[in-house]
Design a protein around this ligand. Structure first.
Ligand code: SF4
Ligand code: SF4
Length: 335
């Protein structure tokens, strides 16, 4: 097994309950965390598979009871790359002072609107000012950071204003589409995006970023799943009990590949093989592909989207129209 990067959910606690939260952290009443010694054991195990990039998330990682020990570990390991994914409402002055000392850190702050009113539609009231203050403080401290915006139908009309506001504040924005998972799946009819809405927003972002000239992450469509390629380095997810998943979007226990704290390399290897075989089987399926104009380029999309929209990992992921439109726009230009 080869692991390039790992996303570790150190705690399930969160002080918010966002409408797009993929793991519903905001509703957890009983705290579940990776004890720091277990977190270290997971990191070391992942390092034995080649991993050097670690993202700490949750829940809200600033609420992790052993945050102090985690920050010390990050200070003591400048040879590794670290990221923190935070809602930006609990980054206190003392935490900021610790983060300033790190030269191997990137911070993602979630923000889903250009102002309090827009942000509150997804992230709840009273959080915009806190998050943007955190972003400004991170910027001032010279800590690489960006504002991550999850596009749903609730904030679709605010994308351009958000982009402009971030540019005005000299904060890098990044964009992704809502997934039908966790809180995101509730009221899907009023939050989910159609292919037409997605392609329009991609066009808008291509023009705002001057066709990729600006180093800003903009969403694309699901094309091919890297899990179908043997030997490809994995971007794994580790839950707060040490269980290992092939990617952040394959969250259901059905996709668990084993546990870093208790399973042998052989068991984990079997788990990876099972997922790879599933991805390969999906790649061989026919969703009307034999006559499709992009059949030679298309890898049949994403297992996680297929599972989340229809409960079947081997079925069509519902993104064929989007893929064809995306392919055409890429070939013909986005203008
Ligand atoms: S299942 Fe989807 S999100 Fe996960 S690695 Fe494959 S393409 Fe990416
Ligand atoms: S876009 Fe859909 S129909 Fe066309 S090749 Fe891809 S999966 Fe098959």
């Amino acid at each position: 097994m080869k692991v390039d990067a790992a996303y570790l959910e150190v705690t399930n606690r969160c002080n918010l309950n966002c409408a797009t939260c993929y793991n519903r952290s905001g509703i957890n009443r009983e705290t579940r965390e990776l004890k720091f010694d277990d977190l270290l054991a997971c990191i070391r195990r992942l390092q034995s598979f080649g991993c050097r990039a670690f993202t700490f998330s949750g829940g809200e990682p600033m609420l992790y009871r052993e945050l102090d020990a985690l920050l010390t570990y990050m200070e003591d390991n400048p040879q590794l790359d670290f990221s923190l994914v935070t809602n930006g409402t609990r980054v206190t002055e003392p935490i900021l002072e610790r983060l300033k000392k790190l030269h191997n850190l990137k911070v993602q702050v979630s923000l889903d609107g250009s102002c309090e009113e827009e942000n509150a539609k997804t992230r709840g009231e009273g959080n915009f000012e806190k998050a943007i203050t955190t972003l400004r403080a991170l910027q001032d401290a010279g800590i690489p950071c960006f504002a991550a915006y999850v596009i749903s139908r609730r904030n679709l009309s605010d994308v351009q204003l958000f982009f402009e506001r971030m540019v005005e504040e000299s904060i890098t924005p990044s964009f992704s589409f809502i997934m039908r998972q966790g809180n995101g799946s509730d009221d899907w009819e009023e939050k989910g995006l159609t292919s037409v809405e997605k392609i329009k927003i991609m066009g808008l972002l291509h023009s705002l970023t001057r066709d990729g000239e600006m180093p800003i992450a903009i969403p694309g469509c699901s094309y091919a799943c890297p899990l179908a390629e043997e030997g490809t380095g994995l971007n794994v997810l580790v839950k707060n009990d040490g269980s290992l998943y092939p990617c952040q979007s394959l969250y259901d226990p059905a996709y668990c590949m084993g546990n870093l704290l208790s399973d042998s390399d052989e068991t984990l290897g079997n788990g990876v093989r099972y997922i790879q075989e599933l991805a390969q089987k999906r790649r061989e399926a026919d969703f009307g592909c034999t006559t499709c104009m992009i059949r030679n380029q298309c890898g049949k999309g994403c297992i996680a989207i297929a599972d989340s929209v229809g409960g079947n990992a081997l079925a069509d992921d519902g993104e064929c129209t989007l893929r064809k439109a995306f392919f055409l726009r890429n070939a013909l230009g986005w203008k």
